[in-house]
Design a protein around this ligand. Sequence first.
Ligand SMILES: *Cc1c(COP(=O)(O)O)cnc(C)c1O
Length: 411
Amino acid sequence: MNGSNCTARRVIMSVYDSLGVTTIINASGPVTRLGGAGMSDTVLDAFQDAAREWVPIDQLQAAASKMIAQVTGAEAGLVTSGAAGSLTLGAAAIMARYDLARMEQLPNTTSMPHEFVIAREHRNGYDHAVRAAGAKLIEVGFNEVVAGAGVRCAEAWEYEAAFNERTAGVLYVYTASSQPALEAVVEVAHRRNLPVLVDAAGELPPRANLMLPGMTKADLVAFSGGKAISGPQSTGLLCGTRDLIASAALQMLDMDDHWELWEPPAEFIDRRKLKGMPRHGIGRAMKVSKEEIAALVTALAIFASEDPIDENEMHREHLQLIVEAVEGPTVRCHIVESLGDERVPLLEITLIAADAVEVCRGLRKGTPPIYVGHGKLSEGKLVINPMCLDRDAAETLARQFRKEHERCGTL
Ligand SMILES: *Cc1c(COP(=O)(O)O)cnc(C)c1O
């Protein structure tokens, strides 16, 4: 797939040239600020095919829903404008359900349950997307581990203790090490008939996490479409129970039609549960196009069916090539592998005699500009994510790194 990503890069280079924008080497992985993942030729073909004809978007989303249900074990699914869009729509769906007046009112939530209980350790910048729907986050637990003042994370009983008549649901941010276990949180929430909205945006691979909705009984799960799934950068997935997905869809789709004529696919949106036709909802500003939907489901089918072992082997070779070119007495290299779970290997380069921030800045200002992972600069480390690198890019990176390291090596 990486080979075809590179083809894509060459084809679109001319448009960047004509705009006077310099293309970069992306060693940070599929991050939004650098344009996300690359799309394969198959995905780009789906995008182009979709652009040439017209279909009712609700029918297309209903077909996407079936496909998403198959690969996630959820009852239904929706193509959204990114995992952040999924979170806003998920929260809106949980608060409004099939209630037209509530849909109309959002993000004003004064007259409806709107509190989402969240572990203090799960708070992060992306929960703005949930608050954008009008939700209020209620924190439980203490951040003792980060504060160095204790050893325990939030516990399931603390969620339960925070539930009251204003509670709409639970927001849970999923990683392999999230505490308390998602299953335990789902259990206490479901005991009170409260739904759980899960942010698992970047938790693919492993592909097994696609099955989170089915495996954990979480009501709604958000994934990014433009990270490892390698769909359009502006897409995401929301998967979950049929009624909540229907509510999310109703609050995103263009609703300018007549009640007498409006026939959404019955298995996707149950018209009988509505008193009338909603007007444009809070998610209207997060619309997705037919091209994006077609491309994302194509990318999802490829992601779900292809074993990433070969691709990771290629990533490892590219990282090894960098290691051999840069390692030395003042440059230590370590390839980080999480064995057996399909995650992409990462290269950590520890600088012993140079300022990591300076080297990082120098690489960005070089020709071509190179953006490396900056999550561990405070530990004196550059992180190389190989997902958007081909062999040429890896060689250029190694060469430019040696130059910058020499220039900055004054410590
Ligand atoms: C990337 C990310 C998001 C946002 O995903 P988009 O698809 O870019 O909207 C949300 N939450 C977490 C934890 C993420 O890593």
